[in-house]
Design a protein around this ligand. Structure first.
Ligand SMILES: [Zn+2]
Length: 141
């Protein structure tokens, strides 16, 4: 992301979806659910995705695992169960979860983070993966 250029991005909206990503409904659903945001980032970070997969099965809340506040940004983390990537049910589940949390871990899939700006959403994305790594390291000791 640090090396991304404007030409690496594609501008879309609800009317002009194009063929940008099979997760376009997920992104648009976040914007509809959260009028306060200006960016949605969907990634597949390894550690938080693995943790989310385990936690979703145990029905535990991310906040109880210390993932609730990435660094200096006041955010919350929600975990949802696995849904088929690109499906409308996934987009709907994320839209519902993102109303209450800035970060949604999708079990067996990845992460969705929203922010007022791309920079803020990116910082949260990095922070949650770093925090998940620290938590994992602590659990191994
Ligand atoms: Zn994905």
């Amino acid at each position: 992301m640090e090396q991304a250029k404007p030409s690496d991005f594609i501008r879309v909206n609800a009317k002009n979806r194009g063929l940008v990503s099979k997760e376009i409904n997920l992104h648009l659903g976040c914007y509809e659910a959260r009028p306060d945001i200006g960016a949605v980032i969907h990634t597949h970070p390894f550690i938080i995705t693995a943790m989310g997969t385990v936690l979703a099965k145990r029905k535990r809340l991310a906040s109880s695992m210390g993932l609730g506040t990435p660094s200096d940004i006041s955010s919350s983390v929600a975990i949802i169960k696995y849904y088929q990537p690109g499906s409308k049910v996934l987009a709907k589940a994320v839209s519902k979860a993102i109303k209450k949390a800035d970060c949604v871990v999708m079990a067996n899939h990845g992460l969705v983070v929203v922010g007022r700006s791309l920079k803020e959403a990116y910082k949260k994305t990095v922070d949650i993966e770093v925090n998940a790594g620290k938590l994992l390291a602590k659990s191994i000791k």
